[in-house]
Design a protein around this ligand. Structure first.
Ligand code: NAD
Length: 308
C-alpha cells in the first residue's frame, strides 16, 4: 500500500549528509514521498523545495514508511537506528523493509539482519561508490546483499539513486564488496600521491603529467576526480579523510578476522592516521598528498626539486 500523495511509495530517509541529501532529493524527484531525519536540526530544510519533509525523530520518520533508507557515518549509528529505543525493532516501519546504504561492518550487518528478520523486517545492505557527484547525478554504483525478494523489493528505490546495481550475495555481502572497493580506492590515491611526489622532484609540470597519465593505462577514477585538487592544494571535502580511515579500519578488522594479510592496506592506513594527526580529518581524501609534502620536508621549506 502506498500513500495517496506519492506515486510510488513512502521513503523514510535517515542521515542527510554529503551523500544522503543528494540521494533523498533523487528519491523525491523520482516521485517518492520522502520524509527525512537527521540528528543535526535543520539538515533536512534545504530539501523542502523538492518536497522532502522533515521528521523530528526516527520513529516519526519511519512509522508509516514503505521503506527505510539510511546513509549514516558508521556501524554504531546504524545499530542505534535498529536497536535504539526509537529504532526499527521498537517501532517497525509499515513496509517492513530496511535498506542501509552506509559503509559499515559486514559482520554487524549480518547480526542486525538476523535480529530484524526475527521481527519480520527484511534488511538489504546496499553501500555505494561514486562519491558526492555520483549521488548528485543518481549514477551511484550500488552493491547489495540480502535475500533475493528483499533485493527485488528495494530495486525500484535503488534505481532512483544509482545506475550500476548489483546483488552480490546474502546479508553483509554488499558491505564485504564495498570494503574491497575502498581498499582499491585508498591504494589508488596513495599511488597517485607517490607519482606526483616523484614527478614534482623532477620539476615536471604536474597538471600536464596528470593529462598524460589520464590518456594511458595509469588512468583511474581517482586521478580523474581528485588529481587536479591534489596538484592545486585544494583539500575541500567530498569524501573526508576521517571516513576513509573508518573504512580502512573496517577492512583491517575484517582482514584480522580472516585472517588475510593485507600489508599494503596496513601501510596506507598508517598514512591516513598521520593525516588525521595533522588535523586533516575533515579534509577530502586528496589531502593524503600533504602526507607526501611532509615526508619530502616541504613543510620545513625544503625545495621540491632533486638534491644537487
Ligand atoms: P556525512 O557525515 O556527511 O553524513 C552523515 C549524516 O548522518 C550527517 O548529516 C549526520 O548529522 C547524520 N547522523 C549522524 N548520526 C546520526 C544519527 N544517530 N541519526 C541521524 N542522523 C545522524 O557522511 P557522508 O559523506 O554522507 O557519508 C555517509 C556514509 O556513506 C558513510 O558511511 C560513508 O562512508 C559512505 N560513503 C560516503 C561517500 C562520500 O563520498 N562522501 C561515498 C560513498 C560512501
Amino acid at each position: 500500500m502506498t500513500d495517496s500523495k506519492s506515486k510510488t511509495g513512502r521513503v523514510a530517509f535517515v542521515g542527510i549528509g554529503v551523500m544522503g541529501r543528494e540521494m533523498a532529493r533523487n528519491l523525491a524527484q523520482a516521485g517518492h514521498d520522502v520524509i527525512a531525519y537527521d540528528i543535526v536540526p535543520g539538515a533536512v530544510s534545504a530539501l523542502a523545495e523538492y518536497g522532502v519533509r522533515a521528521a523530528a525523530s526516527i520513529s516519526g520518520a519511519v512509522r508509516q514508511a514503505d521503506i527505510v533508507v539510511s546513509m549514516l557515518p558508521d556501524t554504531p549509528q546504524v545499530e542505534m537506528l535498529v536497536h535504539g529505543p526509537d529504532g526499527l525493532l521498537a517501532m517497525p516501519p509499515k513496509g517492513r523493509l530496511f535498506v542501509d546504504m552506509s559503509t559499515i561492518a559486514p559482520e554487524a550487518t549480518r547480526r542486525m539482519g538476523e535480529a530484524l528478520l526475527a521481527a519480520g523486517i527484511d534488511m538489504v545492505d546496499a553501500p555505494v561508490s561514486g562519491g558526492p557527484g555520483g549521488a548528485r547525478d543518481a549514477r551511484l554504483s550500488i552493491m547489495a546483499g540480502g535475500s533475493v525478494p528483499a533485493f527485488e523489493a528495494a530495486l525500484p528505490y535503488l534505481r532512483a539513486m544509482g545506475t550500476t546495481i548489483n546483488h552480490v550475495g546474502g546479508p553483509g555481502a554488499g558491505q564485504a564488496v564495498k570494503l574491497c572497493n575502498q581498499l582499491v580506492c585508498a591504494l589508488n590515491i596513495q599511488a597517485i600521491c607517490e607519482a606526483l611526489s616523484l614527478g614534482r622532484s623532477f620539476g615536471i609540470d604536474l597538471a600536464q603529467m596528470r593529462e598524460v597519465l589520464k590518456g594511458g593505462s595509469a588512468n583511474s577514477w581517482m586521478l580523474d576526480n581528485l588529481g587536479a585538487a591534489m596538484i592545486e592544494g585544494d583539500t575541500s571535502a567530498g569524501f573526508r579523510i576521517d571516513l576513509m580511515m573508518k573504512d580502512l579500519r573496517l577492512v583491517l578488522d575484517a582482514a584480522r578476522q580472516g585472517p588475510v594479510p593485507l600489508p599494503a592496506t596496513a601501510l596506507v592506513a598508517a598514512q591516513y592516521m598521520e593525516a588525521q594527526a595533522h588535523g586533516e580529518g575533515a579534509n577530502g581524501n586528496q589531502a593524503l598528498f600533504r602526507v607526501y609534502d611532509r615526508l619530502a620536508g616541504l613543510e620545513r621549506g625544503q625545495p621540491a626539486g632533486r638534491a644537487a
